[in-house]
Each structure stands twice: as C-alpha cells, then as structure tokens.
Design a protein around this ligand. Structure first.
Ligand SMILES: CC(C)(COP(=O)(O)OP(=O)(O)OC[C@H]1O[C@@H](n2cnc3c(N)ncnc32)[C@H](O)[C@@H]1OP(=O)(O)O)[C@@H](O)C(=O)NCCC(=O)NCCS
Length: 176
C-alpha cells in the first residue's frame, strides 16, 4: 500500500501495489464487501460506500479526486478503467410512486457494471441499472441513464452513444 492509508470500515480487501491520496474513505459495514484489485489508484477525497452491496474494482483502475461510489445493488468496475474527478456512480434508485415521503418510500437496486478500459470523464454520473461495454468513453458532465455499447464515445444529458472508435486495441500496459 502507499504511504497514505485510506480510512477503512468493515469488509474491505485491497490488492497489492495500490496507491491512495489523502482523505480516501472505503466503507463496507454489515454484510457489504468492497474488493479492490492490484495496482489501483484512488485519488484524494474519493469515497466508496457499499451500503450493503458488493463493490468490485478490478486491477489497474484509477478513481479520481472526490468521486463518490455507492454500491447498494452491486458495482463492478472493469480492468484498467479510468474515472476522472467528481464522478458519481450510484447503484440505487428511489421509488417515487408512493404515498410516503420519498426518504421512506423505498429503493430499487439493480446494480451497475462498467467494462474494462473505459473512461468516465469529469463530473459524469452513472445511475442504477446501467452497463457500460468495454472501452466505452463517457463525456464530461454526462448523465448515464441507460446502458452504453462497447467502444463508443457517449455523452450528453441523457447520455447517448455518439460515435464508434474503430481501432485494434493493444491491451498491453506501458508500465508492465
Ligand atoms: C467526450 C469527449 C471525449 C469527446 O471528445 P471528441 O470526440 O474529441 O469530441 P469533439 O471535441 O470533437 O466534439 C464533438 C461535438 O460534441 C460536443 N461535445 C463534446 N464533448 C461533450 C460533452 N461532454 N457533452 C456534450 N457535448 C459534448 C462538442 O461540443 C462538439 O459539438 P459540435 O459538433 O456541435 O461543435 C470529450 O469532449 C470529453 O468530454 N472529454 C472529457 C475530458 C475529461 O473529463 N478529462 C478529465 C481528466 S482525467
């Protein structure tokens, strides 16, 4: 682990070679679980809270400054994915058609899957039930309400697939 240690509560597993900025919080209390793979980098102020779910971060993922990841329905973040500052990923949705005040009307938790080698740009928001294919690029400020296909640049509010990046990808890593 890096010299800066994150604040950890509950069941959290961290792989080798990970780096942490200051003020990182990782919370998996109760039956929740957070697993962070090898050589990940969680930058300053990032908060991961499983809220009873399972957050699985694969190897070589970077999570930018002040990102918030809420794992209620489960979240998987694929190998090598880069998450820019102030991104919010929340695997929970409030039930709105209820006579109760919204805070007490319950929630749905479908879960979120983010593929390998994706880029989630600054201030984008990923809502519950979304799947992002491998090598998907989400533009800055996008609100991702639906699943996005692999290899596409996607952006907007709501987020839409805009263009396919047609390349032969080399999955080697320059620092291997
Ligand atoms: C999504 C993104 C990757 C697209 O880049 P691109 O394919 O080079 O797109 P372009 O710059 O050619 O823009 C194409 C059009 O989309 C619009 N556009 C680009 N990004 C947009 C976004 N995030 N939201 C809404 N519209 C966007 C542009 O205004 C342009 O519109 P126009 O044709 O009407 O002029 C880029 O705009 C982006 O959001 N980058 C984020 C960078 C970031 O967050 N870095 C964080 C540091 S880790």
């Amino acid at each position: 682990m890096s010299p800066t240690s994150p604040e950890i509560s509950g069941s959290v597993r961290i792989g080798h070679g990970c780096k942490f900025g200051s003020g990182v919080r990782i919370v998996a209390t109760g039956h929740a679980l957070i697993e962070i793979g090898n050589r990940c980098h969680l930058k300053s102020g990032a908060i991961l809270n499983a809220y009873g779910g399972h957050i699985r971060v694969m190897d070589r993922v970077t999570i930018g400054e002040y990102c918030v990841v809420y794992g209620h329905g489960g979240i998987e973040i694929g190998h090598g994915t880069a998450i820019a500052p102030h991104v919010v990923i929340t695997a929970q949705e409030h039930i709105l058609d209820s006579d109760f005040p919204i805070r007490f009307s319950g929630e749905t938790t479908a879960g979120i899957r983010i593929g390998a080698n994706c880029l989630l740009s600054a201030r984008s928001i990923v809502l519950d039930g979304v799947e992002l294919g491998n090598r998907c690029v989400i533009g800055a400020g996008s609100v991702v309400t639906r699943s996005m296909p692999a290899g596409f640049v996607c952006f907007g509010v709501p987020c839409r697939p805009i263009k396919l990046i047609e390349r032969n990808f080399n999955y080697g890593w320059p620092d291997d």
